[in-house]
Design a protein around this ligand. Structure first.
Ligand code: C2E
Ligand code: MG
Ligand code: MG
Length: 582
């Protein structure tokens, strides 16, 4: 009768002929053959001994092999045994306990042989040690899904978990909550005490929170100082609030890091499923919205987006939803606010400020929609739109024979790390036929905080093109005087918060005088923003602040009205009408 030779016997024949002894002696590859009918191992190669740590005599039959497989992986192994009986070759991966006690991942490829009655009579197989490959896979998986500093799930992993939960709750009445948290003063701690202290705080902070979470709940690191929690089961809103209160309270005690006692405050934004959305992006957006409300209400605070969303939160929701369409539908427009020379009251420049004329909500100021645009990436399109429209407007005024003054546009930080921004600017200037000296760009201090070489290079290139650069909102961020000399600014705009307090606080007055003196000393132009009173104007004139921008001279106005101001050339101060601020 025709008899099939087991692989091992066949191999042995070849080995005897010295043809395949490299394979049979290879320590990384174990070849084996077992007789199923009398449960006897026919042969094992050296590799089996090396990979398992056991001599071949230890493996009499299937039972001994199964005894070294890790309990957790046993079900895999047995499931596959069934497949073998049905005639399939199998390739499986599982863990074994090496004789030394170490765990090893192995890949096991097994081929069954049957007799003419269809009974399985023998198994032949090859095993290989894939522990290192598995370790590498684990590391890659960790890097893709976890934050290396805190070892917490990252944003991607958090969203995956959220989506899974939404799927499993789709047909049930279960509720869950997403909480977004921001450490309010983290940047300040990081900047003043250094990254090392900041890093340690970021590690200790979630550990405290974890003590108040159920084992199935998840805390993830969303961004620098932002965390997110997924509370997988909530019994009632009261219970949820209670839980948040406990977390809020536990963060109040100081964090002891090195010699520092750090008090941090946290803002929380909470949204729940299904009340605040059915998709992960809706739930996350609403948690962010709740967070921004909490921050607006004075930080160190929490806000739960209630099912009966207030008018304000509903508006915010619509803004986020309609933003992309707004650009396409021409709902955005630019207003212009003049900058006045303090000596002559002449208009010597203007700032272009974006407005959104929403079909339902009317004029929406930028502070209400730009943070959302920054979050969903639309800010790039918005900045590009502003650049184009401002340049075309300058060109139109020139064509009309008006005296044009430089127009400044505000740009967000993302542009400065995009290699194509400079080329886009050059092209827009060229297409609109305007000179670089007719355009200025304003950036805020926080963009400089990362001290990125790329930002520095972009600013240098813009300056080399001939565009003047202004540092906006000076004094609101983490003002480092070194920015003034490190970066190629021409103009410093002092934030209106300083100007506002100038007439009722001696300290602020002194501060503002020193700031103006210092900026002038560096040969930079100084602009005071938000000037609203004659008293402020007089002080600024006295201190030889070069330019003024504020409601005292003009609020931001549509292009048509700005044209009239340009024609008048000189403006007279008049007290602002607060009813109509835009
Ligand atoms: P900013 O660049 O500091 O602009 C000055 C803001 O102060 C404007 O608010 C202006 O309307 C307001 N303002 C001017 N004078 C006075 C005053 O006397 N009193 C008071 N209370 N406010 C005054 P707005 O237009 O709401 O813009 C807010 C911020 O939004 C801007 O601050 C700027 O950072 C950003 N922004 C505005 N337009 C754009 C834009 O087109 N692109 C980008 N990326 N950001 C923009
Ligand atoms: Mg500005
Ligand atoms: Mg400003």
């Amino acid at each position: 009768m025709y008899k099939i030779l087991p692989i091992s016997i066949y191999l042995r024949v070849l080995i005897r002929n010295k043809k395949l002894n490299i394979l049979f002696d290879n320590p990384n590859l174990g070849i084996w053959s077992a007789n199923i009918q009398d449960d006897k191992v026919i042969c094992t190669s050296k590799g089996v001994e090396y990979i398992t740590g056991y001599k071949k005599e230890c493996f009499n039959g299937a039972q001994q092999w199964a005894s070294i497989i890790l309990n957790e992986d046993m079900h895999l192994f047995y499931n596959n045994q069934r497949k073998l009986k049905s005639g399939q070759n199998i390739s499986q991966q599982y863990r074994i306990k090496h004789k030394s006690g170490k765990l090893k991942w192995i890949k096991d490829y097994t081929i069954p042989t049957f007799d003419h009655l269809g009974n399985i009579i023998r198994l032949d197989g090859i095993i290989s040690d894939i522990t290192e490959q598995k370790l590498l896979e684990d590391q890659l998986n960790f890097l893709a899904n976890y934050d290396s500093l805190t070892k917490l799930p990252n944003r991607k992993k958090f969203i995956e978990e959220l989506e899974q939960l939404i799927q499993s709750y789709a047909k049930s009445n279960e509720h869950f909550a997403v909480i977004k948290l921001d450490i309010d003063n983290f940047k300040y701690i990081n900047d003043t005490l250094g990254n090392e202290i900041g890093d340690e705080l970021l590690q200790k902070y979630p550990n405290r929170i974890k003590k108040h979470l159920a084992s199935q709940d998840i805390i993830a690191r969303r961004s620098g100082d932002g965390f997110a929690i997924l509370i997988k089961q909530i019994e009632s809103f009261d219970a949820l609030i209670e839980k948040v209160k406990n977390i809020y309270e536990c963060l109040k005690a100081p964090f002891i890091i090195k010699e520092y006692k750090l008090y941090v405050t946290t803002s929380f934004g909470i949204s729940t499923f299904p009340e605040n959305g059915f998709t992960s992006s809706e739930i996350l957006r609403n948690a962010r919205l709740a967070l921004s409300i909490a921050e607006k209400e004075g930080k160190d605070n929490f806000h739960l987006l209630s099912p009966s969303s207030s008018h304000e939160s509903y508006k915010q929701y619509c803004i986020g939803r309609d933003l992309k369409k707004a650009l396409e539908d021409n709902e955005m427009t630019l207003y212009f606010q003049p900058r006045i020379c303090t000596k002559t009251n002449k208009i010597i420049g203007a700032e272009a400020l974006i407005r959104w004329n929403h079909p339902v909500w009317g004029i929406i100021p930028p502070n209400e929609f730009l943070p959302l645009a920054e979050e969903n990436g639309l800010i790039t399109e918005i900045d590009y739109w502003v650049l184009n429209v401002a340049c075309q407007q300058i060109n139109r005024w020139k064509q009309k024979g008006l005296r044009v003054v430089p127009i400044s546009i505000n740009i967000s930080g993302v542009q400065l790390i995009k290699p194509d921004w400079i080329h886009k600017v050059e092209k827009v200037l060229h297409d609109a036929n305007i000179k670089p000296s007719e355009l200025e760009m304003e950036i805020t201090e926080h963009i400089l905080l990362n001290d990125s070489e790329m930002v520095k290079q972009s600013l240098t290139k813009l300056k080399a093109l001939g565009i003047k650069l202004a540092l906006d909102d000076f004094g609101t961020g983490y003002s480092s005087l070194s920015y003034l000399s490190q970066y190629p600014f021409d103009i410093i705009k002092i934030d209106r918060a300083f100007i506002r307090n100038m007439d009722n606080s001696k300290r602020e007055l002194h501060l503002i005088k020193s700031i103006i003196y210092m900026i002038r000393g560096l040969n930079l132009r100084v602009v005071a923003e938000g000037v609203e009173t004659m008293k402020q104007l007089h002080i600024l004139q006295q201190e030889q602040c070069h330019e003024i921008q504020g409601y005292l001279f003009s609020k931001p106005t549509p292009a048509k009205e700005f044209e009239i101001l340009l024609q008048n050339n000189i403006l007279t101060p008049s007290l602002p009408n607060y009813k109509d601020q835009f």
